[in-house]
Design a binder for this molecule. Sequence first.
Ligand code: GTP
Ligand code: MG
Length: 286
Amino acid sequence: MMAIAVASPKDLAETCEIGEKKAMDIIEGAKLCADIGGFETGDSILERRKAVTKLTTGSKAFDELMGGGLESQSIVEFFGEFGSCKTQVCFQLAVNATLPEERGGLDSEVIMIDTENTFRPERIIQMSNYLGVDPEDTLRKIHVARAFNSQHQILLVDKAIELAQTKKIRLMIVDSLTSHFRAEYLGRGALAERQQVLNRHMHDLLNFATLNNAVIAVTNQVAAKPDAFFGDPTRPIGGHIVGHTATFRLYLRKGKAGKRIARLIDSPNLPEGEAVFSVTEDGIKD
Ligand code: GTP
Ligand code: MG
């Protein structure tokens, strides 16, 4: 009901193949039914924030940068060039989330939306073995879906909401958040529409985070070389939309001797800073 109440008449009309006037009537009706609420007092927000727990990255330095780990009820964006270990970090988070809370986990199952076909169970097994947890058991807790295009990716969030009704899901990964959008909405002319769809997708994710007290980890590739379509190469795609909706933004880059550096760019309550970590066969470490 809420989704309809906040939909634009044009989108609803297109999706349902009805006229715009009718769509407007339906939206008006949905507004009456949905509890649009609006304002929440500071103390009730504080109450909800008390449920926030933190997910370990596997590296002490990285956790410290994040104030003790990745916060639930938030979206964490990892952006960086190819090979900057965005996917490796996602694998590690997936394994860690299955750990009990005393070990920095979320004691939960995981949803992974894989847009680039890079999920590797073999890596999950290696990381599980290192942590001394049963690899088979860990793999059973990680629910992977390939997203074939951006529309499919968006629909998979609805599926995730369904799955979260029967299973405890406190980590959702979208790797990569932006690759389909980048491939499908080409050229400047498509930019506005892409940003609008991406914006809605981000809000769906944020909603999932709030409802399930979950961490949302998303990745975003930046091109090393100038890109004819998207201009400034050092800027992650999705620009302002992704940046403003993500609660924390982390820039990952390669360092010397196989090291990786995470830089916290944007956070509502933490100072900017950097952490050095490494990726080994056993996973993410200091
Ligand atoms: P794109 O998805 O292409 O943008 O890259 P990404 O940022 O997701 O990079 P990814 O996480 O795939 O990182 C690949 C890098 O991880 C490789 O260059 C390796 O350095 C490292 N890596 C992957 N598997 C292993 C492993 O088993 N052992 C070690 N030591 N390093 C690994
Ligand atoms: Mg990757």
